[in-house]
Ligand binder design. Sequence first.
Ligand code: KG4
Ligand code: ZN
Length: 345
Amino acid sequence: MYDIENYKIKARPVILALESSCDETACAIIRGREVLADAIISSADTQALYGGVVPEIASRAHTDAVDEVVRRALAQAGLRSADIDAVAVTYGAGLLGALLVGLSFAKSFAFALNVPLIAVNHIRGHIAAAYLEDINLEPPFITLLASGGHTAILHTKSYSESEVLGSTCDDAVGEAFDKVARVLSLPYPGGPNVQKMAEGGSFCVPLPSALVRHGDGMTFSYSGLKTAVINYCHTLEQKGQRVNKHDVAASFQKAAIDPLVIKTVESAEKLGIKTITAGGGVVANDYLRSTLSAMCESKGIKLVLPAKRRCTDNACMIAAEGLNMYLSGKFAPMSVNAKAAIPLR
Ligand code: KG4
Ligand code: ZN
């Protein structure tokens, strides 16, 4: 019988985490904040054939990979199932069928081991990735969240509370990278290919800033920026002129990222907070990493930037947030369900 009523919380638990919200089937194992295993099986190459993530293909790929990725993680960590103290899993947001594969596996695993199940919000996982980068990191800090689904600057006040200081009113920054990649006929995944195309490009293409409102409640917009890129390319094509893809990619990258970096650092200064962290796939972008690092250094602000592999989807970040929730006893019932969308509060 599943019974965790009298479960005793440990100070440095061994947590096995699963992530399957999009096209990566990932499993990680941590002991406290120490990473023991980090396994990922990606279906990105298959998805690339279709120019983007096809939900049914993602679900099938997770079904094929989930058993193997857990086996790999246990082998990497040199552990047996019986050594696991809790199972954390992404329950949303993401593709419903994809989430259900990881969630069903995690439920059965926790049930069989009679250990707590921890249902993790994917976005809170991106925020928590920084805790593994610096094992002494403690809130408060300012977080720049930049992924394919979210763009926000947050005041992370405690292990469980993040206040949104500013966010996008339309597309997410990663989504804009992916759409601009399509305009420039670059293959999936868009973000890394726009970054590559931006190499050697100049910032000569006039584009609007992604920041549309300053002051209290900063607002970003990426839909207008994307449309400006489309209009610029179409106008040149109609005139029979060649589009310099390097310049377009470099100018877009700068217009998309500069306001996020500037406003993140300004937010920390305004609130007198001495530490900045970042998370989400776009934080793997080299231009973002170097501009944010340089600005933090010039202002004497400590920056905790997760490794690139921990910015894009992975299970270590789910384990990190799982640990925060474990330590405050936030366990999920076996009836927990997957959620396609969870609002960012
Ligand atoms: O966090 P993530 O892996 O998935 C979501 O939770 O959305 O983020 C994926 C997004 C995609 O839009 C992808 O194009 C973008 O992150 N991305 C990048 C880079 N690597 C991934 N964008 C810009 N430059 C990159 N190097
Ligand atoms: Zn993500």
